[in-house]
Ligand binder design. Sequence first.
Ligand code: ATP
Length: 285
Amino acid sequence: MDFITVKARAKLNLSLDVKAKRPDGYHEVCMVMQTIALHDVVSLEKTERGLEVTCNNPKIPMGNGNIAYRAAQIMVEKYEINSGIKITIDKRIPVAAGLAGGSADAAAVLKGINALFSLGLQQHELMDVGKCIGADVPFCIKGGTVLAEGIGEILTELVPLPEMSIVLVTPKIEVPTAWVYNNLDLNMIQSRPNTYAIINAVEKRDINALAKNMINVLETVTVPRYGIIEEIKTRLVNLGAAGSIMSGSGPSVFGVFTDAQKAKNAYSEMKDDRWDCFLTHAEKS
Ligand code: ATP
């Protein structure tokens, strides 16, 4: 095999709580993450020598500024791969949007190299390599519905959610992750997600209960600064979403729907020049 194509699926945060800021600058979190169908397509091809990354989105660094390049570099060194690799990313996941698009590409590269060079690595071994690349990479390798704790590295697999329609809206604004975390004041958080209630809802496959409990504490930073986030949340709920929150550090907002037809309708009603809109669904891996 000289060529392989891997789907790099985006993630959403069904909840996101920040428990503490650690002296080393990391944050202790507790969040439920969900893989969704929206994906980049990552192709890997064996070449004579060297690593090369190209992408159809000019905003994304080529060479070693790209997280996919770093993922490939680590694999080549660690497993003494004596070949060049050309990586082509067809970018469909909005960039710097709270959807872990870069981490998903890195995870796809690890899986792709494992298959392309018949390394025979198990999922947990790929996840260990992923840890060195980025906090969300192990989750992107595992996929599905997962509770993440610690600084995001302690993952507990939850039962997969039933088919759940999602309308995802990414406003065309830049919200740097570092700005969000630096401005987070833990004393200002009035409502935190009840992670137990969320896990319970996931186990009972009760989307309404899940949706009612979705909270992202990072909204305490982004919502007062960017009115568009609250506007999207309100519109999604008015269009029939069972619940709507921001994903990660934003600015993407999503609504979950129990009724696929209502989701379709909301998707067409939400079209607007100020944001990108996607009709998608929860995926098991
Ligand atoms: P984070 O919360 O870690 O910033 P995100 O999901 O919000 O993640 P990404 O789409 O992963 O954001 O992009 C974060 C940054 O990483 C961008 O500024 C982008 O230029 C850079 N980057 C490097 N490689 C990639 C890649 N393969 N795909 C997307 N972004 C990449």
